[in-house]
Design a protein around this ligand. Structure first.
Ligand code: KG4
Ligand code: ZN
Length: 350
């Protein structure tokens, strides 16, 4: 079974081939055309520019994915496409392309939730994980914890009440005029700074989530307080020094202490959820799982706590279509085929 995955939910046009060998997934190709250079100038993703660029890139990206995987159109047994969540104009490009391709090939199409894609990137990379597993999905749009008792079934344990962790990285970088996307830039700068230089206020979520009172909120996240604390600190230092741009050393210290706080929060909550639910493994996926400190500390804590941690390689952590093809395998196994009227969905609960 050879599945062509297509992903266009944000600012990456991606296509990939994943093969199923009796339940084991093999990555045949993984092509990503990033639009970061286009959006950098604006300090963030401009939805209209993103959709237009997806239209330009989609055919070439799919052809490259087929060629790299040594396959032609007739070899494709099924297609999987990201239905949402994401930018609706961007999603529509992938959904329309996938529907047209599936219809003309006479092959089944399955719709994939982008977050399920991030979760399945862990299984694509590492094969079978001991269940139950707790998975942290941490990206530019989401910061959520899931419990997985059965492969392909995801139970939400907690999520951010406000900003996603990647969003906090991007906003802090913007505030410091460091560029876009902020995550990798702050990650690099943090290596030069003193992580103990600034003490940020802690975040404690004891109140229930008003939007989901039925859910125990103890594994939720919140990053907007930290973001505001960084904003206040920067404004104060700018006025004390009478400068727009803070000295490099000070920015590096800020990056290091901000990163320390974000990473500590993510790891503490993931391990707390794992212990609470008796998880036998922890997975971490999504763009922020590319973070050097998060990877190193999660793996170090795994050794100390004897709960193994699984993180995909960098090219499977940030947005890609291989993870969409992998999540598509789960839908195909259930014969959960998309109908011809499949539409993109800006918000799509998992
Ligand atoms: O999963 P992803 O590629 O797209 C979404 O689904 O959102 O994640 C993108 C996010 C951005 O916020 C970016 O700043 C962040 O992942 N990111 C990082 C790193 N690399 C990417 N954040 C922290 N450290 C990194 N090394
Ligand atoms: Zn993503």
């Amino acid at each position: 079974m050879l599945v062509l995955g297509i992903e266009t939910s944000c600012d990456e046009t991606a296509a990939a081939l994943v093969e199923d060998h009796g339940g084991r997934w093999r990555l045949r190709s993984n092509i990503v055309a990033s639009q970061a250079d286009i959006h950098r100038e604006w300090g963030g993703v401009v939805p209209e520019l993103a959709s237009r660029q997806h239209v330009r890139d989609i055919c070439g990206v799919v052809e490259r994915a087929l060629a790299d995987g040594g396959a032609g159109w007739p070899d494709v047994d099924a297609l999987a496409v990201t239905q949402g969540p994401g930018l609706v104009g961007s999603l529509l490009v992938g959904v329309s392309f996938a529907k047209a391709a599936a219809w003309s090939l006479g092959k089944p199409l399955v719709a994939v939730n982008h977050l399920a894609g991030h979760i399945e990137s862990i299984w694509l990379e590492h094969g079978l994980l001991a269940l139950p597993a707790v998975v942290l999905v941490v990206s530019g749009g989401h910061t959520s914890l899931y419990l997985i008792k059965t492969e392909g079934e995801y139970q939400l344990l907690g999520r951010t009440r406000d900003d996603a962790a990647g969003e906090a990285y991007d906003k802090v970088a913007k505030l410091l005029s460091l560029g876009y996307p902020g995550g990798p830039i702050i990650d690099r700068l943090a290596a030069e700074g003193d992580e103990t230089a600034i003490r940020w206020p802690g975040t404690r979520l004891t109140n229930p989530d008003r939007n989901a009172p039925e859910r125990d909120g103890r594994f939720d996240f919140s990053f907007s307080g930290l973001k505001t604390a960084v904003l206040r600190h920067v404004r104060q230092r700018q006025s004390e020094l009478g400068v727009e741009q803070l000295p490099h050393g000070e920015i590096a210290d800020l990056a290091a202490s901000f990163q320390r706080r974000v990473v500590e929060t993510l790891i503490d909550r993931a391990f707390a959820a794992a212990r609470w639910h008796g998880a036998k493994s922890i997975g971490i996926a999504g763009g922020v799982s590319a973070n050097s400190r998060l990877r190193a500390e999660a793996l170090a804590k795994a050794e100390r706590s004897e709960i193994p941690v699984y993180i995909p390689r960098l090219s499977l952590s940030t947005d890609n279509a291989a993870m969409i093809a992998a999540a598509g395998m789960r839908q195909l196994a259930k014969k959960n085929y998309a109908l011809p009227d499949l539409n993109a969905a800006a918000s799509l609960p998992l």
